[in-house]
Ligand binder design. Sequence first.
Ligand SMILES: N[C@@H](CCC(=O)N[C@@H](CS)C(=O)NCC(=O)O)C(=O)O
Length: 216
Amino acid sequence: MKLTIAVGTKNWSSWSLRGWLPVRASGLPFTEHYVRLRHDDTEVEVKKVSPSGLVPLLTVEDGGERFQVWDSLAIAEFMAEIAPAAQLWPENRAARAKARAVAAEMHSGFPALRQQLSMEFARHMPGVTPNEGTAKAIARIVSVWEQCLAESGGPYLFGQTFGNADFFYAPVVSRFHSYDVAMNGAAKAYADTVWHHPFMREWLKASAQEVAEGVV
Ligand SMILES: N[C@@H](CCC(=O)N[C@@H](CS)C(=O)NCC(=O)O)C(=O)O
């Protein structure tokens, strides 16, 4: 099986990070197709690979079959299906249902936080005061993290494995880091653990290179 994931500019593209993490964590070989966002040729270049005009998008070639999986949550589900050993969703049915709800809440919510604290993976952007919507989103996210960690015992939301539910909050961890969002206790320990995970370090290295090259 050949897997190709199209991703956008890594410093900015939170959705790309959400789609890339399950592919990276699957342990399966894959290649990346990189598209530069917010550039003159972005629309044309994204449309060449993605009919929706959005990234991430996963192209699967398997024998004579070739198909595309667009949307980060669909990619997370597909990777869990083809790489069961990676345990991208928890094994326990109730925990798995909850992990899906946690990921879906991020996937469909928190617009104020996304807008005000846009992802700047490799940048430190202190001095932003969260507006009312962003403050509510931060409080809700921290409470979801605290509840999951208390139930699972951590260090990740559903226990020992850095999995799909964590991947959906990985861009939030980056935002909290960039904008100095204050946390303490279990939520802070969780954010630190995710921020220092080797996959996040890989994404940081690429994002920092984009900053150094002046493309973001
Ligand atoms: N719901 C989609 C959202 C994907 C999305 O909005 N991607 C943005 C990048 S983060 C995009 O491709 N924007 C096109 C552009 O910036 O031109 C998903 O989960 O994959």
